[in-house]
Design a protein around this ligand. Sequence first.
Ligand SMILES: C[S@@+](CC[C@H](N)C(=O)[O-])C[C@H]1O[C@@H](n2cnc3c(N)ncnc32)[C@H](O)[C@@H]1O
Length: 355
Amino acid sequence: MGGNEIVMGGHGFYNAHSQLQHSAISYGLPFLQRALTEVALPTSDRPFVVADYGSSEGRNSMEVMAIVVREVRRRAPATFPISIVHVDQPANDFSSLFMLLQSSPASYLCETQGVFAYATGGTFYGRLFPDGQVSLGWSSIAIHWLSRLPATDPDHIASGHSPPHIFARFSEQAREDWECFLTHRAHELRTGGRLVVVGGSADAQGTYGGEPLYDVANRILQQLVRDGYLRAQEYARMMVPTYHRTPEEFAEPLQQGTLRGRLLLEAQSQVTMPDPLWEQFGKAGDIQSFASKQTAWLRAWSEPSLFRHLDADRSPDNSSRIIEEFYGRVRLAIVQDPLAARCNWKISILLIAKP
Ligand SMILES: C[S@@+](CC[C@H](N)C(=O)[O-])C[C@H]1O[C@@H](n2cnc3c(N)ncnc32)[C@H](O)[C@@H]1O
């Protein structure tokens, strides 16, 4: 199967519908704070380089990077240069990111002088910086996206719902990808540097927290085949190239595998997140609003990975009709059964040092 150039919904759509990822990040902030007190500051006039691996359109990076700037400023003179590099795949909507940086009151560039923002379009499964360049790496809710789709499942769109022989292909790909990610970061990080990863995760039983919603989406895609919207071969190709690692799978290459001694796992934890949109629904009781928001959130990350599999002979109008029908039906299904859309995602947080 081909590469995984899948990005989030563009034109600011991801930024507008990524509240859940924003909540996940809050669990990484104590790890970030610790990283910022421990990380070695460059001693010469080299800048403190921060890499944001998998930034998307940047909304959720603003607060994180503002914390980084504040903490580095606390430890070093106000003139000390800080370079922040947002990394995402070439097709990412970097314009939205730069617009936000220039115009949003939440932009970390508002805080202080001497902070420089850059972006690079490349995969974090490859080398992105010269050796020993990065003082602090950050990656939130990106590492569950695999470098490629290792298999498809004729009956489901999510690896966590697949039979063992298909699931095993995903877990092997995830093992290779994680090792590859860490190997490149081991080169890029400076001695004394830190890397914080906040990643979608699963417990030892494989529960990852989004099962009911994935089942709703899968059931509706199957309905669309029965109702003549989708072709069977299109559905058969649809699979989201993600995998939710257990804490053990995250720790393995650092504790026993090839990265042992090169990178040090300083701290690790796993949390089960409350669903922020469900909590809002609980307070406001507005089922229409809940269904719309949960559908938009689902759409922001799933549309490119599902609907890139439509046949090439479909016109843009025809493709749009299918996509609108799908998300319209998802929305309706959520109104009818809101509990099925509640997601209690499991999140793993890791603090990694380059000794
Ligand atoms: C769900 S978004 C998370 C964005 C942001 N970090 C946040 O917390 O809201 C995942 C991002 O990871 C990016 N991504 C996935 N695979 C990638 C890869 N191999 N290299 C670089 N970025 C990747 C996607 O393009 C997407 O923008």
